[in-house]
Design a protein around this ligand. Structure first.
Ligand SMILES: Cc1ncc(COP(=O)(O)O)c(C=O)c1O
Length: 418
């Protein structure tokens, strides 16, 4: 099977540019951590209670309130959140689960943990989210669940996804790793579906270093996930080393070790309190970028649909490759030479060796995802960006677009009629 997943060229392979060192280096991400987080974590460490305990339960309560859900279950990663949700939904060997090809491997990997099959779906080109019509075409008698991924923070069309799910009795598990805080038709992500999975990985909009949360209004699945996140031992087992706890516990299931620690939760509580403010800061960066780039014919700025609000976890810029004399990889390298670090979200899953080898996916299977993949990249966007950094990114992108612009010469003008 051919694998032509293009790899970025090394700097030496691409067109040489002026090599004066950039006056400023803008990293792709810088976590927004202040003294408050340091204080909160230190207090927990000094308390001597390091693992899951009262801080974690407080974080769960506040998080549930923030997104407007009945229950929040804190876990060690966003991947664990997906795994526990799928397990609580009863997904098992031979089942099929729909998910977009444009996502991080964790979305599909969690499906494989249960020996179910990730069925990849193409994207719609405006939001780059899963296309519900393509999802509908891929439903079989084995399809049990659907995992919409809110790419970069912009929610998927959840009404269409829920309609599809109702028609075919599918469980809906949102991958909201990028979507805190985001909204769909006036509802905050976290209160829309039976399961919503968040990630608190280092680069996410709320971070605890590593961490995750599942929100749900279904108390049966919440209880199941609480049981399974801690070895399948009954709920109060975490207390067994406390003075008021009991040494006795019973194992009810073969569970997992997926609990979040109290010092991570203490950090999460501080981050949650600043979540709205951090989102406003990212929104201001996005606005500056879109204002600066929308007049460039070579660039396509992100469209936020009128019924959605994005967290702006990512700012994905797309290139009109027909108007530029360099490709996306070389554009990203040019920005790198200007001191601007970028990333690409994501290499579609069907282009990765694992998904090709095990599930038979091939290059060409998802044409819209491939087309957007070849033209998109993500710019730095985080609350702590300084004006100078934002201006530097703007300048680097504009300069690169202008430098590699294909000028369409008017033939009549070049060869005036005699
Ligand atoms: C779309 C998506 N889903 C799931 C995850 C997994 O989250 P975590 O790294 O917390 O396990 C990520 C992480 O980057 C992600 O981007």
């Amino acid at each position: 099977m051919s694998q032509q997943n293009p790899r970025p060229k090394s700097p030496g392979q691409s067109k040489r540019m002026k090599s004066t060192p950039p006056e400023l280096q803008v990293p792709f991400h810088r976590a927004s951590i202040g003294e408050e987080e340091v204080q909160a974590v230190s207090e927990v460490i000094r308390s001597g209670w390091l693992t899951m305990g009262p801080k974690t339960f407080e974080f769960e309560k506040e998080f549930a309130k923030y997104v407007g859900a009945q229950h929040a279950v804190a876990v060690s990663t966003g991947t664990a959140a997906l795994h526990l949700s799928l397990e609580a939904a009863g997904i098992g060997a031979g089942d099929e689960v729909l998910l977009p090809t444009t996502t991080f491997t964790a979305t599909a990997e969690a499906v494989t943990y249960l020996r179910a099959r990730p069925v990849l779906v193409d994207i719609e080109p405006v939001t780059m989210n899963m296309d519900p019509e393509d999802a509908a075409r891929r439903i079989t008698s084995k399809t049990r669940a659907i995992i919409p991924v809110h790419l970069g923070g912009q929610p998927c069309d959840m009404d269409e996804i829920h309609t599809l799910a109702r028609m075919h009795h599918l469980r809906v598990i949102e991958d909201a790793a990028h979507a805190l805080p985001s909204e769909y038709r006036g509802k905050r992500v976290g209160q829309i579906s039976e399961f919503t999975c968040f990630s608190f990985y280092a680069t996410k909009t709320l971070t605890t270093g590593e961490g995750g949360m599942i929100t749900t209004d279904n108390s049966t699945v919440a209880d199941r996930m609480r049981l399974m996140r801690l070895h399948g031992i009954e709920r109060d087992a975490w207390k067994r080393y406390r003075a008021d706890g009991s040494w006795f516990y019973e194992v009810l299931e073969a569970g997992f070790k997926y609990n979040l620690t109290d010092f991570q939760s203490a950090m999460g509580l501080v981050q949650l309190a600043k979540c709205d403010r951090m989102k406003q800061a990212r929104e201001a960066v996005a606005q500056r970028y879109s204002d600066a780039f929308s007049s460039f014919d070579e660039l396509v700025v992100p469209t936020v649909l009128p019924d959605r609000r994005t967290s702006w976890h990512l700012y994905a810029l797309r290139l009109r490759l027909d108007r530029l004399s360099l490709d996306r990889n070389n554009f990203v390298q040019a920005l790198h030479r200007h001191g601007v670090a970028c990333s690409v979200h994501f290499i579609p899953l069907h282009l990765h060796p694992y998904y090709q080898r095990v599930y038979g996916y091939q290059i060409g299977d998802y044409p819209r995802a491939e087309q957007e993949y070849h033209s998109c990249f993500s710019l730095p966007i985080y609350p702590g960006m300084t004006d100078r950094e934002i201006n530097h990114v703007v300048g680097a992108v504009q300069t690169t677009a202008a430098e590699f612009r294909i000028v369409h010469t008017n033939v009549a003008h070049v060869f005036p009629s005699a």
